[in-house]
Structure formats: C-alpha cells, structure tokens
Design a binder for this molecule. Sequence first.
Ligand code: MG
Length: 377
Amino acid sequence: MKLACYAASEENSLGREFKEPQPSHRNQFQRDRDRVVHSSAFRRLEYKTQVFVNHVGDMFRTRLTHSIEVAQIGRTISRALQLNEDLTEAICLAHDLGHTPFGHAGQDELNLCMKEFGGFEHNLQSLRVVDVLEEKYAEFTGLNLMYETREGILKHCSRSKAKELGAIGQRFLDKLQPGLEAQVADIADLIAYNNHDVDDGLRARLITFDQLASCELFCKELTVVSKRWPGLSKKKMIHEVKRRMINTLVSDLIVTSHGNIASLNPSTIHEVRAAGKPLISLSETIAAQNLQLKRFLNKHLYKHPKVEKMSEEAKQVIRKLFDGFMSEASLLPKDVQKNIEVQEEEQGSLGKARVIADYIAGMTDRFAFAELDRISE
Ligand code: MG
C-alpha cells in the first residue's frame, strides 16, 4: 500500500544509532517488530499482570495479550490512514516492555523504592529495555531499533529526564509531537485497555452490567445488542457490546484524525511533528464518553477492594525484594552482582540501585514470588 506523504518511512527515517545493512526480506520497521517479538522482555510479558494478578486466573489479560490487542487496533487505524502499519505494530508490541511485575501497583512501589535514585517510570524503562538491557547482538547493546520506533516507545518524559536522554528526548524540550504512528499506538493502548478491562471486570464479577449502565459508551451499545438479541447469553452479550465499543472508538478516531490531517494538510513528517498538537484524536463527544468509561473503571475496578488487596500484597513483594537486594547484594545472581560492581564504580549507590531496579522490573509475577521465597529462606 502506498504510504501518505506525512507517514514515517524508510526514506524519511532518522535511522538506527548503529548503522546496519538493509534487511533482505523485510523492511526496516518489520525488522524492528521482529526484534521485539524475539526479545526476552517480550516473552516475559506473558506472565506479567495487566490488572488481575497473573496467577489468580488464566482467563484474564496479561501484558502480552494486552500488547497484541493494542497492535491489532493500532494496525487497523494505521492502515485506514495510510500510515506505516509495520512501525505502528512495532511500537504497540514494544510499548509495555518496561512494565514491572504486578501491573501499576508494582511500578508505583518500585518508583517509591527508587525515590532517592532518580525514580522508576515504566515508559522510560521500555526504552531502556530496547536500548540497553536486551543482550542479543554481538555488535551493539540493546536492539538498535529505528529512531521512529524508539520515539513511539518513549510516550512521556519529564524535562530533566529528556535532557539526560539526548536526541531521543529532544522533542520534549522542543515541544514537538511524535510521528503519527506513535500517536496511533498511544490511543490504541487506551482503546484496548478500556475495553478489555470492561470484559475482564465483568467476567471476574467485580463490576456489573447495572453499574456500567452509567457509562454512555457502554449503555448505547448494550441497548442495541439487547434489542436485537433479547435473551442472549451473558458471555456473548459482553463480547457483542465490547466489539461494538471498540468499533465506535476506532471509527470515530479514523474519521476525526482524517479531518485533522486534512485541515493541516501536512506534506512531510516534519510538519506533523511541528503541528503543535496531536493530529490523531477522538472527536470531543466520543473522547468525553471514553473518559467517562476510564473514570468508571478507575473507581469501580482498579480500586475494587479485591484488586486493592492484590495490589497491597504486590507492593510488599516489590519492597521486600528491593530492600533485600540493596542490603545484601550477594543474594543476587552472579551476573547481576558483576554488573553492580561496574555500575557502582561509575555512579556509586545510584548505579547499584538502578541495576537492582532493572532486575526487579524484568521479573514476571511468579518469578518475583519465587525470588522472595528464595531470599527469605
Ligand atoms: Mg499498555
């Protein structure tokens, strides 16, 4: 398919940090996607919590299935807007690589543990995974991804962190937008989690149809489905409503973004970056309905007493692991200890804490439990 003139392409790309020959059977962005799929961090997403702690039930989303759903939604939007579908897919599949075990509870606690050492942010960590932590290639550290893929992975960044990051952080200092593929991946993430969390929440019986009736987006589709198929099983009802909600959001996003692009009429990716605001967006009406749903989930699902109880336990595991390794580094695997020696020499306790945070962030939920058991013996 022909790409729009403002899409990211191999021709207008800022390329890879370490120059590599052109791939023979794929384009550069397909190569990036494949590097993500073959990474260790990607495999570990299978056993990392999205909202529901991974070991509680097998039927809920994990970080891996979440990332695959984000990629599906992102690809559809990209294709419809004549953007670079391969780049969008690579960003979507990589966007959560830096997530800790136990979902947001894990990230919040690790951030607290790292307070004196520069903090911990999963977004920055995703970039760190692909830039530094993956050990796969003889000639370079990390995955040496294309600039545009890395730009998409780094969704947010404070000014102080941006200064430390160099070229990839520069857009936060210059107040530039990322390319449209990155903007698509960002909203695809939001669409995916809002909808699959409704699905998981209903099936886990933590939220109900009656409660969700207060959300316009849900209520509208529920009315359509119940009218057309009265007496439909709950299982099918949930899916029929969810697929319609995703369709409403995706269709609205495509039409609205199309309009935004048409009114700016950019002829290059540079004009997209300098646009002053994102061009990929939902209409005001649907954005408000989507926000209403997000707030609903925040209140009734993410803060549900059962979820909070799991989160509390998770935070304790992270805290005990961090404190345990900080006070007794000999408890860590030999290669991690070696890395600490190198980093401590360069940056003192800051270096040591960062290596330990990297080690903990890379854990799956069950490995974190196993590590805690091991060091508590
Ligand atoms: Mg995500």
